[in-house]
Design a protein around this ligand. Structure first.
Ligand SMILES: CC(C)(COP(=O)(O)OP(=O)(O)OC[C@H]1O[C@@H](n2cnc3c(N)ncnc32)[C@H](O)[C@@H]1OP(=O)(O)O)[C@@H](O)C(=O)NCCC(=O)NCCS
Length: 132
């Protein structure tokens, strides 16, 4: 498969909102302004395209210093398990390192342990979260 990956690649909200809805199993939120959100606040993001269609995405949030955070790793259902997700995260890692970050964080549900630990190279750590 000839997937094109692009760091800080352009995308439209009309492209990402259905991808996010499919990945996280919620209705399409047409008012979510992903483009403004990530272009204002993130270190970057990676887009994956097949024949021009947005088929994968990952957002790299940032503390402005040495910590970056992988969020919203997404691959469209029909193309999962072809290595696209791992490649998206590898590109995120490469650019976070190039930007001077020293730590790349992620959290995830149990069923994705193999994806993040084995395929993406994260190591386990203690972490916590509070639902606000
Ligand atoms: C998580 C997600 C991005 C993975 O993308 P992907 O392109 O399918 O992942 P890859 O093909 O790179 O997976 C590489 C390896 O990780 C592991 N893996 C990936 N998805 C897995 C899953 N759902 N369950 C168990 N292992 C998984 C496998 O070992 C896989 O290798 P294999 O296919 O040779 O067995 C994709 O399943 C997705 O979009 N899910 C819905 C949204 C989501 O939950 N995102 C994560 C938020 S933290």
């Amino acid at each position: 498969m000839d997937i094109a990956y692009e760091w800080r690649g352009s995308f439209t909200n009309a492209e990402i909102n259905p991808l996010h809805a499919e990945g996280f199993d919620h209705p399409v939120l047409i008012d979510d302004d992903w483009w403004s959100q990530v272009s204002r606040h993130s270190l970057g993001w990676v887009c994956a395209r097949l024949d021009g269609e947005l088929v994968g995405f990952v957002n790299v949030a940032w503390d402005g210093g040495v910590h970056a955070f992988v969020l919203d790793t997404l691959v469209t259902g029909k193309l999962r398990r072809h290595g696209i997700g791992a490649r998206l995260v590898a590109i995120a890692e490469e650019h976070a390192r190039a930007a001077g970050c020293e730590w790349l964080h992620v959290d995830f549900d149990d069923h994705l342990r193999s994806f993040y630990f084995d395929a993406c190279g994260f190591t386990p750590t203690n972490a916590g979260v509070i639902a606000l």
